[in-house]
Design a protein around this ligand. Structure first.
Ligand SMILES: Nc1ncnc2c1ncn2[C@@H]1O[C@H](COP(=O)(O)OP(=O)(O)O)[C@@H](O)[C@H]1O
Ligand SMILES: [Mg+2]
Ligand SMILES: [Zn+2]
Length: 525
């Protein structure tokens, strides 16, 4: 007898259907799996056999042949355990099946005692099921992640329970009916979250925008950077408030769209990181990276099953690298390609996966090894060759990725002690939201979301710059010896500044402000 079931595997972070066929014949007892790599086959066989036995069934003493199709797809991971076990039981006539199995996609790892464990990539599975109009049979632990996708699912704790369900012995209520009367979908949850002005638990850890005293220029630069998704580098002596300024960004990022939220949630479902809420990422990530991070931790990796690194966990949000100049040369270099492509290719011997990593880079560093180069109140103890080495490590392609450079100075005492109210994070976020909507409208058919992502070749099409403003940019480029990359950077940042100020066109004021964010005195880029 032949039994066919649906399961899935992943190409990158997209799930694709895999057909599991089980044949049982009289012959020399044993299991042969066609279409799975050897190591996984061996492990799967052992787990499935033990799980079947420990769920109160006899394991068939027959020749079992299993075919996973299409053959040319790489199939990794233990998620085939559950469909394999069910296929064997049905094909052997040990389990009666009353369902039309073709309506279901089945995925779950089995433990030796028959429990069903959660799998990686559950959001992608949900998206596939929705696309194909199929239902999911998955681990109970995975319910929280698919609960809000518009897809029907059945979650189980043990192999025994799935068998009871399949054979009609157990009437299973839709799990969503058990908890709430109202069935909420992803889009509704996201809208509720977007309308919720309370700070999330994550954001509570970081300063509110109004906690930062003085720093009018730095705050304006941050507002501009976040509005247009521009990478920003802050340089200043120790204690000037760089870390504080950077951390305040956690609470002012614009809302996520449904599309962005699904993209980011999907990445988290491939990681070991717990998603913020029920498997869904509802606010833009703010990922703090320590300068001692390993290359694999930063860009992703792992020997057998590559895991997303910090750059992918920050997808659609912020990657904050404090003490940027302390990164090793190797780590710095590893950032270049993913920052260029907005995705990272993690190659392994048998296959490779591509993960998106479109993050906004926020970096902070001291101006020299001792920290006080250019500080009016402290003497810099570094030699000129030390300072030279300090910047050569950073220079070139990586510094070229920043749209906005600012120097941060310690606030004056009277600024720190001044009373009065300054805009808080919620108010700043509202401004940023307004500026984001202008950009979404501008780029609605362009496939991008922020000014920072515009291609140089499209700048004229979108940027609506006055003749005199363009002249101003050109003369600055000539006078200051700015590279062509620098030229486009100034235009992009000018566009964001004009959007912030609700101007249709870029005028001279916008350009003059953008020119402030060019190189600092110590960096020539
Ligand atoms: N503008 C400011 N307003 C209020 N507190 C500040 C300000 N700048 C610095 N501080 C205080 O000084 C401390 C050190 O600032 P920090 O951000 O760590 O500086 P840096 O990262 O530049 O070394 C902060 O924890 C904060 O309490
Ligand atoms: Mg700091
Ligand atoms: Zn110094």
């Amino acid at each position: 007898m032949i039994t066919a079931l649906n399961s899935a595997t992943f190409i990158g972070i997209e799930a694709v259907l895999v057909n599991v066929e089980v044949f049982i014949t009289n012959g020399i007892p044993g299991v042969m799996i066609v279409g799975l790599p050897d190591i996984s086959t061996k492990e799967a066989k052992d787990r499935v056999k033990a799980a079947i036995k420990n769920s109160g069934f006899e394991y068939p003493v027959k020749k079992i042949t299993i075919n996973l199709a299409p053959a040319d797809l790489k199939k990794e991971g233990p998620l085939f355990d559950l469909p394999l076990a069910l296929g064997i039981l049905i094909a052997a006539g040990l389990l009666k099946c009353l369902l039309n199995l073709d309506d279901y996609i089945i995925a779950g790892e089995l433990s030796l005692d028959g429990k069903i464990k959660k799998v990686n990539g559950i959001i992608a599975l949900g998206i596939l099921a929705k696309k194909l109009g199929k239902k999911l049979i998955i681990s109970y632990e995975d319910i929280s992640s698919v609960k809000f996708l518009e897809v029907e699912f059945f979650g189980f704790a043990r192999l025994k329970d799935v068998c009871a369900f399949i054979s009609g012995m157990a009437k299973i209520k839709h799990p969503a009916e058990n908890t709430d009367n109202k069935k909420l979908f992803f889009s509704e949850i996201l809208i509720a979250e977007n309308n919720n002005n309370n700070r999330s638990a994550d954001e509570e850890k970081y300063p509110d925008f109004s906690d930062i005293k003085g720093q009018v220029l730095a705050k304006r630069a941050i507002l501009t950077a976040v509005s247009g998704h521009h990478n920003i580098l802050m340089i200043g002596p120790p204690g000037s408030g760089k870390t504080m300024l950077a951390q305040s960004i956690a609470g002012i990022q614009p809302n996520l769209s449904l599309e962005e939220s699904i993209e980011t949630s999907n990445i988290y479902s491939f990681s070991n990181k717990k998603a913020r809420m029920a498997g869904l990422i509802l606010r833009r990530p703010f990922i703090l990276v320590h300068h001692t991070v390993s290359v694999a931790g930063l860009i992703g990796g792992g020997a057998s099953n590559p895991l997303p690194g910090d750059i992918s966990l920050a997808h659609n949000g912020v990657l904050f690298i404090d003490e940027f100049s302390e990164l090793s040369k190797k780590t710095l270099d590893s950032l270049r390609q993913p920052m260029e492509d907005k995705s990272i290719n993690l190659s392994r011997s048998r296959f490779s996966i591509v993960l998106p990593c479109d993050f906004m880079l926020v970096a902070a560093m001291n101006p020299c090894p001792c920290g006080y180069y250019g500080d009016a109140n402290h003497e810099c103890k570094c030699s000129s060759s030390e300072i030279y080495r300090f910047y050569t490590k950073l220079s070139g392609p990586i510094l070229d990725r920043f749209d906005i450079f600012i120097e941060v100075y310690p606030p004056y005492l009277d600024e720190l002690t001044a009373g009065g109210k300054t805009a808080n994070s919620a108010e700043i976020k509202e401004l940023i939201e307004r500026t984001r909507r202008v950009q979404l409208k501008r780029f609605q058919n362009a496939g991008i979301r922020f000014n920072a992502r515009i291609k140089s070749s499209d700048i004229e099409k979108y940027f609506n710059i006055s003749k005199s403003a363009l002249e101003l940019v050109k003369s600055a480029v000539k006078k200051l010896n700015i590279s062509s990359r620098g030229y486009y950077r100034i235009l992009k940042v000018s566009r964001t500044i004009a959007d912030l100020d609700q101007k249709d066109g870029i005028d001279e004021d916008s350009v003059l402000e953008a020119l402030n964010y060019k190189n600092t005195k110590s960096l020539r880029v």
